[in-house]
Ligand binder design. Sequence first.
Ligand code: HEM
Length: 252
Amino acid sequence: MNGEFRVKRKRIRRFSTYRVLEHWGIILTTMILFATGLCQRFWHLDLSQWFILKLGGIDNVRLIHRYTGLLFSLQLFSNVLVGILGVLRGRWQPSMFITKKDYEDAIHNIRYYFGFENQPAKCDRYDYMEKFEYWTILVGGILMIMTGVILWLPTLVTRILPGEFIPAAKALHSNEAMLIFLLNAVWHIYNSIFSPEAFPLDTSIFTGYISRERMIREHPLEYARMEGVAPEELEKNVPGETQSLKVGVPAK
Ligand code: HEM
């Protein structure tokens, strides 16, 4: 686009303060929900009994779990609402939607890992893995809210729905909690802490900033758009740097 393009920014604003605070809020509420929920499921363990007694007994634990669940529902609802309003007002693109390109990028990267491609896929603001993570957490969260409300208000619910919904909701709520817990522990924590690209911590969601190098490597399409250049220009005009910009090479 323009041969004089030179990248000057060392770090780029990726998340607003609102998103940083929102992420902190979700970390806190899910940690409380896991702790107060799992100690009920595994009530027979010494650790659970110690924890329940520390919180003043099972009634307190149930109360904390329910009202934190309410807070979690508000957080999820506002996340979706703010996203939709931002798109409708033209403030940002619907960048979290899964498109055909995500499937193509996934296949491209598998081919890249096997050495059939020279370059990893060029992704936009969110890559296919980030989208997968977001949607599993969102859909999982909505299911937890629906089943949680059924467990909270069983008599009200059975005025409308058959009684079988109560044990079904309990099984779903309890087992899905384990699924989300493992998914979070294995996938999300690995990606943001232990993966070679992030280790010791991907700080972008805490500081709101990401390094230019990571931006070029992980979100080249968005970065090129921000700079008003074609994606190929990024590599041409940053000599030396892009040589290390391959998937699997730790970011500085
Ligand atoms: C990440 C989200 C959540 C996790 C990980 C979670 C986890 C759990 C677990 C493991 C149990 C114990 C189930 C058993 O005894 O086998 C439980 C029970 C329960 N949860 Fe959740 N939960 C979550 C969200 C919610 C929400 C959003 C609500 C309410 C809107 C809620 C309301 C309840 C209720 C009412 C119970 C039954 C125990 C009681 O009577 O207090 N939970 N939860």
